[in-house]
Design a protein around this ligand. Structure first.
Ligand code: NAI
Ligand code: MG
Length: 398
């Protein structure tokens, strides 16, 4: 079998520490690949004025599969101040390389799994009627449309005549907003297109079909946001009728969802939402399974096949300075598992998943977050496992 080529992008801060451990686990589990490390992140912004150099884009274009750690982002003016002296004043503007990567490759499908491991002290628990405690198993995949909606970037402050006049053709705008001086007006649009709504909804149905689930939940707000949320719900209902008659569509509003998921999270397995609501509902679910040390995601474009797998957390710069890294590598390792599943290496994926589950269930080796300690270099003396020790334990359990 020819070896796969995987583009690794450690990025900044703890991204480097967790990616290194994930690669060790992949190796120990028997996954054979050639890894090409690509440049991305703050260092390349400062040195070259571009946190996502063209050579990295080219590597991804060619090899399609990326494993990404995390990057550091800073506001535009702070970013400019940190540019190398020879690049100062030459018109460089900082853009988040993650957003640039998403836009460049049109990575419109984002999948965010939330799976609770038995024995994780950070798992959601609730009281039973009898006063006891129960811990529901959480197994949810959130499908988030990754390129449109409120994060689409079509927005204005003090809009031009053309834009303002266009809004003035809408009765609701005339009735409710025409009183406002134009320079005090900020407008962010929420644009959905049928093509990409259909793609994210279809991805959710396909996943439900493969896992044998009998419903998908559309998590929007169609009773109020009629046009965009309404489009997603309608597309889902029609697709259920035409292509997935055994999978029903449940309609739950985003606000109600954030209540239901702390009452009965086990009732949900497949959720589909637009960009912002998908972001919100996936963070809310992640909180039930241990938060940033456990939350992971994949983003891909089904046409070009380009896909990038990454933990949800950022570069946590403070923790990156510790001599011994203490952050939890499970989120990054789970991203690698998603990558394996995506490329059909399901046996190795299962092996790693089971090893993580075993380590968590045994409870002998725990990162500081699982011990509910405040992060500091001293946590190792308090019995917390380092990043490398967590990976060692997972490797031993393979
Ligand atoms: P962060 O996710 O880097 O860290 C927040 C806190 O979460 C940390 O202080 C730590 O207590 C905890 N944490 C994070 N990862 C953990 C892990 N693996 N194990 C245990 N605990 C963990 O978010 P923050 O501090 O808001 O941002 C830091 C930098 O990262 C910023 O420059 C931000 O722009 C960037 N960022 C990058 C992201 C990405 O690369 N996808 C996502 C979020 C933030
Ligand atoms: Mg988020």
């Amino acid at each position: 079998m020819t070896k796969r080529t995987i583009i690794t992008m450690p990025g900044d801060g703890i991204g480097k520490a967790v990616l290194k451990e994930a690669l060790r686990v992949l190796d120990a589990a028997g996954f054979e690949a050639e890894y090409i490390q690509a440049d991305m992140g703050w260092e390349f912004w400062c040195k070259e004025g571009n946190p996502l150099p063209d050579r990295t884009i080219e590597l991804l274009e060619q090899h399609k599969i990326g494993l990404f750690g995390a990057i550091t982002s800073k506001p535009k003016d702070k970013a400019v101040a940190e540019l190398a002296p020879e690049l100062q004043g030459k018109g460089y503007t900082y853009y988040s390389p993650i957003v640039s990567m998403r836009q460049h490759f049109n990575l419109d499908i984002c999948m965010r799994p939330c799976l609770s491991y038995k024995g994780n002290p950070l798992n959601f628990i609730r009281r039973t009627a009898g006063g006891g405690v129960e811990e529901p198993q959480i197994d949810v995949m959130i499908f988030r449309q990754n390129t449109e909606g409120l994060y689409g970037g079509v927005e204005w402050t003090n809009p031009s005549d053309q834009v303002y006049n266009a809004f003035m053709t809408h009765k609701k705008f005339v009735d409710n907003f025409a009183w406002c001086p134009r320079e005090e007006l900020a407008i962010s649009t929420r644009i959905f297109t049928k093509k990409y709504v259909t793609r994210i909804v279809k991805a959710a149905f396909e996943y439900a079909k493969n896992r044998g689930f009998s419903k998908i939940t559309v998590c929007e707000k169609p009773n109020v946001i009629r046009e965009t949320s309404g489009m997603m719900l309608k597309v889902a209902q029609e697709m259920s009728k035409s292509h997935y008659p055994d999978i029903r569509v449940e309609d739950v509003n985003i606000d109600a969802m954030t209540m239901w998921l702390t009452k009965n999270p086990e009732n949900y397995n497949v959720i589909v939402a637009g960009n912002m609501f998908g972001d919100i509902v996936s963070d809310a679910f992640a909180g039930l399974i241990g938060g940033l040390g456990f939350a992971t995601s994949a983003q891909f474009n089904p046409e070009s096949g380009v896909c990038v797998f990454e933990p949800t957390h950022g570069s946590a710069p403070k923790y990156a300075q510790y001599e011994t890294s203490i952050v939890n590598p499970i989120a990054m390792i789970s991203s690698a598992v998603m990558m394996l599943e995506h490329i059909g290496e399901t046996v190795i994926a299962e092996k790693i998943k089971n090893a993580v589950a075993k380590v968590v269930a045994d409870g002998k080796v725990r990162a500081y977050d699982m011990m509910k300690l405040k992060g500091s270099p001293d946590v190792v003396n308090q019995g917390a496992a380092s990043t490398a020790q967590m990976a060692d334990a997972i490797i031993a359990a393979l």
